[in-house]
Design a protein around this ligand. Sequence first.
Ligand code: GDG
Length: 466
Amino acid sequence: MPDGAEPMSDGRLIVVSNRLPKGDVPSGGLVFAVHEMLSQTGGLWIGAADPTKTAEDGLTQIGKGVYDRATFALSEDEHRHYYLGYSNSMLWPLFHHRADLLSFDQDDFDGYARVNARVARAIAEVAAPGDTIWIQDYHFLMVAKYLRELGVRNRIGLFLHIPCPNVSDLMALPQGADLPGWLAAHDLVGLQTQRDVSAVSDLLRLDRAIERLPNGGWIRKGHRFAVLSFPIGIDAQGFADTAASAPELPLRMPRDAPLILGVDRLDYSKGLVQRFDGFDTYLARRDAGGPRPTFLQIAPGSREDVAAYQEIRDQLERRAGAINGAHADLDWTPLRYVRRNIDRAILAGLYRRADVALVTPLADGMNLVAKEFVAAQDDEDPGVLILSHFAGAAEQLRAALLVNPFDTSALAEAIDRAIHMPLAERLERHAALRPMVFDQDITWWRDNFLRHLRGHAGFDRAMARF
Ligand code: GDG
């Protein structure tokens, strides 16, 4: 058992994430996953309140139910520095290997540290011995460190939803040398892929106070911790049911025309410009008498206060206009670009109707869209998943058509191949993908992580796993 941790326990689960669900049905990868998890286990979910003029310590309860919800306060200034600044203009680009997009500002880091310290104080106040604390994502990398400084000895886990930086990325982070120490304050650091585990192992070696244990775990100043991969899943059965009973789709296109679908938060990490370029190349090369596909890209805007997001939005709008300008006809609009948020049931129906899904991020922790597409398919007549090597999901979904998203020509070829793929090959690929999505679902992910964190499976055995 790791030092400094409470023994095995079944206390309450306390989860911290930046966002809490606004209404009853949350949208977005992380929020939906945590909602699914706490709906079954109960517990307390802590997230950021809407920014106000000033921010005070403590938590405000905002909902009681199967699980409780509470917010910590955030001033407008802190929102700018902690959320838009350090989290989304420093850590997000850096962890997605985009050091060219970093914006350096000492006030951003100070705001981040201040908010992380406030969250730690709030948790320390409500956590009882035996409670398990599960921190979600890159917004709270320093919370465990502050909790330890406050004397909190509970089990603390971190799950990082995004990819891990490599050693050379980290050199661009002014606080890079401290990151291994922040990670080491947890009992368990969960990552999406084995690739991320290797990257973090390299980072940990940068800190001389950290040593590798013979059983595969790590130790820093007497505190043992583990770093393991837990690929996140979806509620596959629930999503499959929603897709199979989806309402009629408001799509205006011939029934037999192929539908190619992309669904992404509008983010530069998702490879949307390269994807549009790949489709453009496909259109330029296609046989005039061949099928006339529609590529429907759904990309609701996010983080619109960050300059890099405004830029990618402008760029996409220009590309979409140019592509349709070059290839559209009186009775055919090859590219449809929808920036509004689509209802989840309609979305599920679109996945099912789609013949091809284009999931081509340049870097992505996991990518739930790839799994949702597989879950939504008709098992007798499945569509084809085109998946980037750089999505974490590619480690599990080997039977997809794997592509290099930077290679426009390869993307165009994959689209052509997917559109023409015979039923036998589609069935074979789908049969290999399906169990990865249905067996390693959201419940599997949660149970797996918590079992390792709480030590029921034996912490030493857990650490020996890799
Ligand atoms: C982070 C990591 C990791 C999208 N548009 C609409 C809509 N969506 C839903 C999708 C999917 C979710 O949003 C997006 O999840 P992703 O996993 O693709 O990406 P991120 O938001 O970047 O999530 C990622 C994830 O955390 C979980 O660990 O997989 O790598 O970056 O569920 O369906 N949903 C609705 N309307 C839309 O228009 N209803």
